[in-house]
Write a protein that binds this ligand. Structure first.
Ligand code: 13P
Length: 258
């Protein structure tokens, strides 16, 4: 759909992180979300834990998108515990890469993320590249520098942004799971910086890339983000585990951006 903001449709991704604990709950949540969002003019993507990708993908049967929360850059080999892009094909169309929890708890560096992003694109998966500054970086006035570095390194090996399927999620680390969301203005500022860098890299392709905001998004504050000109949707953590709340966020996106 084409809007005054260009060809970008509203996109809401739910990052379930390491939840829920059982297959039954995962399938139940997925089915309830599908019923809530099916008729809305927005693209919805559910990102369950790796263990529940197959049952969730089977249950929703293409009615909404499915994404993985991470993947290895490599296709196969001695990488204990990892999931390869070849394994994801046919199950997930999307993959979150560079989430701050992967960077902080699993030692992923900008270089690791760079290798994963190009691998995802090469394997026909749509990367949702997550970037954002930590509280101490923000306090030190380094927000723009962190965004610049994480984005440019993450995209180093992408030959053409146009047609890559790329999505960028701006997730300030201090806003994740804290209830302390960024303001609409701050998120718009970061998204505008991201759009500017994308334009430098590919003047034609930049406008097709959805930019999401993530960090304590709720049905009550969602409108503030979706009203911003450069924000096309959200990457939702906690609220994505509540089908009603998540459905309301998708509905807000459809209203404002659909
Ligand atoms: P919360 O919505 O729980 O703050 O999490 C955001 C996030 O990390 C999504 O990837």
């Amino acid at each position: 759909m084409t809007t005054s903001r260009g060809p970008r449709r509203a996109l809401i991704a739910g990052n379930w992180k390491m939840n829920p604990a059982s297959r039954e709950e995962a399938v139940g949540l997925a089915n309830t979300v599908v019923r809530a969002v099916e008729d809305l003019e927005a693209t919805t993507v559910l990102c369950p834990p790796t263990m529940w990708l197959v049952p969730v993908a089977s249950a929703i049967d293409g009615r909404v998108g499915v994404g993985a929360q991470t993947m290895a850059a490599e296709e196969a080999g001695a990488f204990t515990g990892e999931t390869s892009p070849l394994m994801l094909r046919g199950i997930a169309d999307w993959v979150i890469l560079g989430h701050s929890e992967r960077r902080h708890y699993n030692g992923e560096t900008d270089e690791t993320v760079r290798r994963k992003v190009v691998s995802a694109v090469d394997h026909g998966l749509r990367p949702i590249l997550a970037i954002g500054e930590r509280l101490e970086e923000r306090k030190a006035g380094a927000t723009e520098a962190v965004i610049d570095r994480q984005l440019r390194i993450g995209l180093t090996d992408i030959r053409r942004i146009a047609g890559s399927g790329l999505v960028i999620a701006y997730e300030p680390v201090w806003a994740i799971g804290t209830g302390n969301a960024a303001t609409g203005d701050d998120a718009q500022g970061a998204a505008a910086q991201i759009r500017g860098i994308l334009r430098e890299l590919d003047a034609d392709g930049a406008n097709e890339i959805p930019i999401l905001y993530g960090g304590s998004v709720t049905p009550d504050n969602a409108r503030e983000f979706f009203a911003q000109p450069e924000i096309d949707g959200a990457l939702v953590g906690g609220a994505s585990l509540d089908a009603t709340a998540f459905g309301r966020i998708v509905a807000r996106a459809a209203e404002l951006r659909g």
